[in-house]
Design a binder for this molecule. Structure first.
Ligand code: FMN
Length: 331
């Protein structure tokens, strides 16, 4: 498959259904092999992304264990996710790209938007918005393995008016897909996403790189809102949803339905089982990392708060299962 065919196929299939393609956003400590399967069971998007992984660590002997966990794809996952990498050293990206290809990945995404101070101190994420030359070198290096290389970024580093030069530059890098989180690094998530720029961005894409697909990200809650945005702005190819999945695990559902607590707890139990399996496989114990998910399943119901508070005090998946079994919701 040619490098752009991967994304063209995904976009083409969605377009044939009269809609943009949908992705679950890469989210650190969230979109791992466990939670991707939970979302796939609830209502799958077209594309999943891994959590971001440091390019150096992919082939670093000491980091191998962590990275295997981050880049682990369960045999039950219907589609390979896109491997998201971050960093700034071109050689590390060439090596990492080859390594992820050998793991069976079919596409690579480069993180050029992360606002985390540690990532920026390490010259990665949104720091690349201030370093065009490094960004170009990293993209070129990642391409050497022959996989399609996309970029996910923000509109600028500190000022909104940076968007034109930065996106023009990225569009000149011959990439099949550009995902834009519609905020600057400085804005973090504190202001509403800049939907007002969508048409200008599409116009720029049409002028500079008409073959590059544009995926929008930021404050898009669910499938219905994504379809509406794409209808209002013809030319949008993809919609990426991140935090909307915390509001509803059914965010990608095409026909919205009511989901009762039994169904939600069924998903939570599935996540607990997958977590236990993962823990055994990688001999790792990260139970606290599960806690951020509880609010997805137990939130609006009567007496939800007392059950959720009890769950937050739990130390093992069995304790959580016991609380669920004893709760009024499973009677
Ligand atoms: C918990 C969390 C972890 C994130 N980790 C990543 C990451 O690893 N890579 C990345 O490109 N963006 C990451 N992001 C940013 C999201 O992918 C997305 O750009 C952002 O949340 C805005 O989209 P939303 O409004 O749909 O959530 C993360 C966001 C959150 C909330």
């Amino acid at each position: 498959m040619s490098e752009s065919a991967y994304w063209q196929n995904i976009a083409g299939r969605a377009k044939a259904e009269g809609r943009p393609f949908f992705s679950l956003a890469p989210m650190e400590a969230v979109t791992n092999a466990i939670f991707r399967r939970v979302v796939a069971r609830a209502a799958a998007p077209d594309v999943f992304f891994t959590e971001f992984t440091n390019a150096i660590s992919v082939t670093h002997p000491k980091a191998k264990f962590t990275v295997q966990g981050r880049l682990y794809v369960a045999p039950e996952e219907a589609h390979m996710p896109v491997a998201q990498l971050w960093g700034h050293e071109p050689e590390a990206f060439s090596r990492a790209a080859e390594a992820v290809k050998n793991l069976g990945y079919e596409a690579i995404d480069l993180n050029m938007g992360c606002p985390d101070s540690t990532v920026i101190k390490n010259h990665g994420g949104s720091d690349l918005i201030r370093n065009f030359d490094t960004a170009a070198a990293v993209i070129a290096a990642a391409k050497t393995a022959g996989l399609p290389v996309s970029v996910k970024t923000r509109l600028g580093y500190s000022r909104l008016d940076e968007w034109h030069d930065w996106l023009t530059f990225l569009l000149q890098q011959d990439i099949p897909l550009l995902t834009i989180h519609l905020r600057t690094k400085k804005e973090m998530s504190r202001v509403p996403a800049h939907f007002e720029l969508i048409d200008d961005i599409l116009k720029l894409r049409d002028e500079v790189a008409p073959e590059t697909l544009i995926q929008l990200n930021g404050d898009i809650e669910n499938y219905q809102q994504g379809v509406q945005i794409a209808q209002e702005h013809p030319g949008v190819d993809g919609i990426m949803i991140g935090r909307g999945i915390f509001t509803s695990p059914f965010a990608f559902e095409k026909e919205p339905k009511e989901h009762d607590i039994k169904e939600l707890l069924g998903l939570l139990n599935y996540q607990l089982d997958l977590y236990d399996d993962f823990e055994k496989r990688f001999d790792t114990s990260r139970f606290p990392s599960l806690k951020r998910f509880f609010k997805i399943y137990v939130r609006n119901q009567r007496n939800a708060a007392s059950l959720r508070n009890a769950m937050m005090e739990a130390h093992t998946t069995d304790e959580v299962r016991k609380l669920l079994a004893e709760s009024e919701f499973t009677k």
